[in-house]
Design a protein around this ligand. Structure first.
Ligand code: FES
Length: 183
């Protein structure tokens, strides 16, 4: 939401108020400033990462009104009154909590740089579809194959008590297609 308009020398500044993780935050920036840079540089919330800057990699994913968006191409003036959720608060949601637990249980992290975007994408998918199959995951999540395990495992845990078969399945090789994506 745009609050004021002003000038600092030759630079036009505007004050925007947006809701981030349940708190009202204000930023004096140009309207076309990407949300990603407002989060990182203005608010100091560096959990959301910059990757490609072109809406391709998903590293910058946050939720806008519970929908995953690419913050690198989302301008601050397009946020309006929508609620933004970032990786810093996703553990406060039921789906986010399950995904983060699965992430730790299955030791998904490789270099770790993209994991915040992967967790944000996976938790949005799980919130809307508690029992995703491989097609749901392939079609909607930009994350690597490392995300497939946590989402499937988390869906299993949410539907019934875990048994020995579940535990063995967690550690079994994934489909040949999933294995291809690891390379
Ligand atoms: S930084 Fe790659 S999608 Fe935004």
């Amino acid at each position: 939401m745009r609050l004021t308009d002003g000038h600092l020398g030759n630079v036009r500044s505007m004050t925007y108020k947006i809701s981030v993780n349940g708190l009202d935050r204000t930023a004096d920036v140009d309207g076309d400033t990407p949300l990603l840079w407002v989060l990182r540089d203005v608010f100091g919330m560096t959990g959301t990462k910059f990757g490609c800057g072109m809406a391709l990699c998903g590293a910058c994913t946050v939720h806008m009104d519970e929908n995953p968006i690419r913050s690198c191409i989302t301008s601050i003036d397009s946020v309006g009154t929508s609620a933004i959720t970032t990786i810093e608060a996703i553990g406060n949601t039921p789906a986010g909590r399950k995904i983060q637990k699965a992430w730790l249980d299955l030791e998904v992290v490789q270099c770790g740089y993209c994991q915040s975007g992967q967790i944000m994408s996976a938790s949005a998918l799980l919130a809307g579809n508690p029992h995703p199959n491989d097609a749901d995951i392939d079609g909607r999540c930009p994350a690597t194959s490392a995300a497939v395990g946590p989402m499937s495992a988390s869906a299993k845990r949410s539907s019934r008590p875990r048994n020995r078969a579940d535990r063995e399945a967690d550690h079994a090789p994934r489909s040949p297609r999933a294995n291809d994506r690891r390379n």
